[in-house]
Design a protein around this ligand. Structure first.
Ligand SMILES: Cc1cc2nc3c(=O)[nH]c(=O)nc-3n(C[C@H](O)[C@H](O)[C@H](O)COP(=O)(O)OP(=O)(O)OC[C@H]3O[C@@H](n4cnc5c(N)ncnc54)[C@H](O)[C@@H]3O)c2cc1C
Length: 234
């Protein structure tokens, strides 16, 4: 992995300028403000949204999408999973709302391997889309993405080979679908890099499965995006 310098993080005051569902369980919230003019972030980096709740502050991380540094704006695509202050905020927030964010955060740089494989659930869809779109055209890109149902699939870069896993009535945050799917992936051949972004325990199981098949840890970027049964701390 090449040495990468990440942009410095700080606090920004921003305003919600648009909010709409892009799939039945994902809402896009566009943030903008003069403070964001010139904002820089690497593909897949995120911001911490500082929410106020009746129980006190709650900080939640969401991936930066469609960054427009000239006009000072970007989108957050947020899973409406039905629990927690982040999902509640995303379901109800309307244009005009003001909030404080902190970022950019995230320390998973793009790898330079000629073949790259993204594995994750719907919380990682924004990161997978942003990172895949930023890879050189010659990169062989594959993805295995678990979503709750077929309506949650999203357009991905055309050169990317995506396998969608539909969870249906199963509960989210288990390795039941992702683990067998990555066992089927070839780990031989071209030098590859694997990104694993999903529920924290699932990510550990996926990493261990790849490792057991001989994939060196430096060829795996693993990051837990949420914790099943308990809140995520920003
Ligand atoms: C680097 C990074 C980038 C991220 N980017 C995004 C993003 O772009 N979009 C996005 O939607 N999420 C993203 N996440 C995940 C998001 O931060 C977590 O899902 C977070 O827990 C949401 O907070 P909450 O307040 O909704 O729920 P919490 O208060 O954290 O949790 C409440 C309950 O909801 C459950 N829960 C939390 N998340 C999910 C989920 N996705 N599916 C099902 N159940 C869940 C928990 O297990 C818990 O029981 C990212 C996380 C990280 C670390």
């Amino acid at each position: 992995m090449p040495a990468v310098s990440f942009p410095a993080a700080r606090t920004y005051q921003v305003r919600v300028v648009d909010a709409y569902v892009i799939t039945p369980r994902m809402r896009r919230v566009r943030l903008a403000g003069p403070d964001l003019v010139g904002f820089t972030a690497l593909p897949g980096q995120d911001v911490v949204v500082r929410l106020q709740t009746p129980d006190g502050p709650a900080h939640r991380r969401y991936t930066i999408r469609n960054l427009d540094p000239i006009n000072g704006a970007f989108d957050l695509d947020i899973v409406l999973h039905g629990h927690g202050p982040g999902a509640r905020w995303a379901a109800g927030v309307e244009p005009g709302a003001e909030l404080e964010i902190f970022g950019p955060r995230g320390k998973v740089p793009l790898a330079t391997a000629p073949a790259q494989v993204f594995v994750g659930d719907e919380s990682a869809l924004p990161a997978i889309a942003e990172m895949a779109a930023a890879l050189p055209r010659a990169t062989e890109i594959r993805a295995v993405i678990e979503v709750s149902d077929a309506a949650e699939r999203q357009p991905m870069p055309p050169e990317m080979d995506v396998r969608w896993l539909i969870r249906g009535d199963r509960e989210p945050g288990t390795a039941d679908l992702l683990l067998p799917a990555i066992e089927e992936l070839s780990v031989a051949g071209a030098t590859r890099h694997f990104y694993l972004f999903a529920e924290s325990r699932v990510v550990r199981l996926l990493r261990d499965a790849l490792s057991a098949r001989g994939v060196p840890l430096e060829e795996i970027s693993a990051k837990g995006y949420w914790n099943k049964g308990r809140p995520m701390r920003g």
